[in-house]
Ligand binder design. Structure first.
Ligand code: NAD
Length: 316
């Protein structure tokens, strides 16, 4: 019976991944220090509460479930890492090290890590490539970059089938409130829920984005890829490269009554303008057939539909 273990199992992506993985694995186990998943998980998926930093607990988890694949999502995100550097380092670095060690001891052949474009930093070229030098600006990015390297080490020296997706800003209804990276998500959400949204950045800023459904597809694609076809272990993926003005227009075309305004703040604009506008994901396309299903138009259609259904359901 093949089991897929997801760390960070109570989080945003894990809840959604449990549904995508349900038909492909006999059992999906979600593991998290938090008490309960943010959203419904697939029927049959098992939730196990525990801390990545508890080595004995982690070993026991691997002994009980013998996962054929581990998807490592547990992490403190960028704001939390800066707010609590001690915990950020402990979870993202010590926790990731503990996970690789537990995978080796527990005989789990494959670990797939969720990394982020935050693993880059400084002045970036127009199009970000996998071999663009990685000098992250924040602690989160530092830990993501180091976790990528650690995974490659376990692959080369210990034969672990390590794979990694480097994700851009994800457009999702669970985007963290207040995070600059969540701006595009919140424009959609607030346009539906409140009929208005004010972008605090310039409309000409171009951002590389990915719709959450494509993130789920990317995990499925990378999990299923034959190891022999992988020319590298860390792959960038992207779906949409749009200016925020184009995002606003896509919303306006579908919700003409929504009031979308731009009131740019120089500091917020400078921050977003420093993020990648385009990502070269040709290696993923070549090596394992990655093909995003959602461009800006398809993403706008689908996301607004999801939000309308949810808002209608909440209003009833
Ligand atoms: N969502 C995005 O936009 C995005 C973009 C790039 C990368 N990622 C990466 O994808 C992964 C999942 O993202 P998400 O949006 O679901 O994040 P999330 O914050 O919703 O989930 C992370 C989970 O990790 C858990 N966790 C924290 N410390 C733990 C510990 N010590 N032991 C066990 N669990 C612990 C948290 O409780 C949380 O449920 C993260 O690694 C993130 O860095 C996400």
């Amino acid at each position: 019976m093949a089991t897929c273990l997801i760390t960070g199992g109570a989080g945003n992506l894990a809840s959604q991944l449990s549904w995508s993985l349900a038909g492909r694995y006999d059992r999906v186990v979600l593991f998290d220090v938090a008490p309960a998943p943010v959203a419904a998980i697939a029927p049959g998926a098992v939730f196990e509460r525990g801390d990545l930093l508890d080595r004995a607990g982690l070993d026991s988890l691997f002994v009980r479930h013998r996962p054929a694949a581990v998807i490592h999502l547990a992490s403190l995100l960028s704001g939390s890492c800066e707010d609590d550097r001690e915990r950020g380092w402990a979870v993202n670095m010590d926790g990731t090290f503990a996970l690789f060690e537990a995978a080796l001891r527990g005989g789990a052949p494959m670990v797939v890590l969720a990394s982020s474009v935050a693993a880059y930093g400084g002045t970036l070229p127009e199009t970000l490539r996998e071999d663009t030098p990685q000098w992250p600006d924040g602690l989160y990015g530092v830990t993501k970059m180091a976790a990528e390297r650690l995974g490659v080490y376990y692959h080369r020296r210990h034969g672990l089938d390590f794979r990694c997706l480097r994700l851009p800003i994800t457009v999702s209804r669970f985007a963290p409130a207040g995070a600059a990276s969540a701006l595009a998500s919140h424009a959609f959400i607030e346009a539906v829920q409140r009929g208005q949204y004010t972008f605090c950045v310039r409309p000409d800023i171009r951002l590389a984005l990915i719709y959450v459904r494509d993130v789920l597809q990317a995990f499925l694609g990378l999990l299923a890829a034959p190891s022999t076809g992988l020319g590298r272990r860390v792959y960038s993926v992207a779906g949409v490269a749009a200016t925020l003005g184009e995002v606003a227009d896509a919303i306006r075309r579908r919700l003409p009554e929504a009031k979308l305004r731009f009131d740019p703040d120089p500091a917020a604009s400078a921050l977003l303008a420093s993020w990648p506008g385009r990502i070269d994901d040709s290696a993923a396309r070549r090596d394992w057939g990655w093909q995003p299903g959602f461009d800006l138009e398809r993403m706008a259609d689908d996301f607004l539909q999801v939000l309308r259904v949810e808002t209608g359901a909440n209003a009833r």
